[in-house]
Design a binder for this molecule. Sequence first.
Ligand code: FAD
Length: 375
Amino acid sequence: MDFELSDEAKEAIVKAKEFARKHFTEEVAERSDREEQFPTDIVAISKREKILDFSNPWKVLVTIEELVRRDPGLGISVTISAFGSEIFMLFGNDSQKEKYMNPVFAGQKTLGLGVTEPGGGSDVANIKTEAKQDGDSYILNGGKMFISNGQIADYFLVLARTSPPPSPEKKHRGLSVFVVDAKSPGFAVNKLHGKLGVRATNTAELIFNNVRVPKENLVGEEGKGFYYIMTFFNISRIYVAAQGLGIAHGALDRLVEYSKKYGEMSETGELKENLQLAIAEIATRVEAARNLTYKAASYLFKFTPNPVVTSMSKYYAADTAVFSTRRAMELMSLHGLTTDLERFFRDAKILDIWEGTTEVEKLIITRMMLKEEGA
Ligand SMILES: Cc1cc2nc3c(=O)[nH]c(=O)nc-3n(C[C@H](O)[C@H](O)[C@H](O)COP(=O)(O)OP(=O)(O)OC[C@H]3O[C@@H](n4cnc5c(N)ncnc54)[C@H](O)[C@@H]3O)c2cc1C
């Protein structure tokens, strides 16, 4: 498999690097984290400058990696404005694409995806939000937790139950996806405070109190929502893996910089051995995570997604982010605790959780492998 990036993708890296250098200053990154403040101005500039080119997924992937490498909270805020858009792309009709997806890709609107509920995180099929048909509309009641872009999205793709499950084992049936306008009467949002990491990103609880949604806002077919969401996760997990790569590479950058400044032994001028060992270890893991992520991306971008490799990439890259920030922190000691590495350390842990926890990714890998063996 050839992982050589195209010239276009290489140019996207240069552009992202320059954008991050200019706008992700330590002052802004630190304040956004401390005050849990979404970087509205920077996101607006990124849209104007078309930092994300949705016509080329490789460019999106490497842009995420590069921006997050500079700062995870700001990098993710800039690259999450179209979160869920692949659902429109794959399952939406022409009028939904025109009305909702295109303005998001053009940087004019922001999208959110509401799946998770208090009793329905990893167990997506256990969600309780209901959509009941009423004439030419559906009426939504229920709530969602931990929703990115919660306060800033113009529209949300929302998973809701439209019919009771035929049996407890088949509760993934009877779920549907709707697009909900954030201005709908009965729709309310509460910002969530006090996240461990990615504190610059906007996360909120969504409340649906008799929210009337026109029938034409049903995405795809009624009852197929679970399948649509799982298909989406098989795409989005690759982008989360790119976030993991960015964080791990960012930790490596900081450890190398620290080593050059403070790591030389006075007697020989050589780098202390523990630093040499740690740099090699982190660099190798970053490279392994990158190969896995690019392999998963290669399958997906050629329209032959491989869910096993996708879950491996998300699991391994998130794990590498956690490992690399922890290891760099241990070696940089007080310096690590008091510089931006501390933020990277907290941000990394979020990747272990969202869009499929590490345990869930491992279960998917094993179950799919056993299924393939049995086939
Ligand atoms: C910052 C942030 C932003 C988010 N943004 C969004 C968003 O935009 N949209 C959205 O819908 N959701 C979003 N989420 C939610 C996220 O996807 C969920 O947190 C995640 O799916 C895990 O669900 P949960 O938190 O309910 O944990 P649970 O599913 O309750 O899991 C708790 C623990 O149990 C383990 N576990 C669960 N099931 C099993 C099993 N079968 N076997 C072994 N172990 C298991 C898990 O690995 C985990 O360690 C966001 C979360 C965060 C933190």
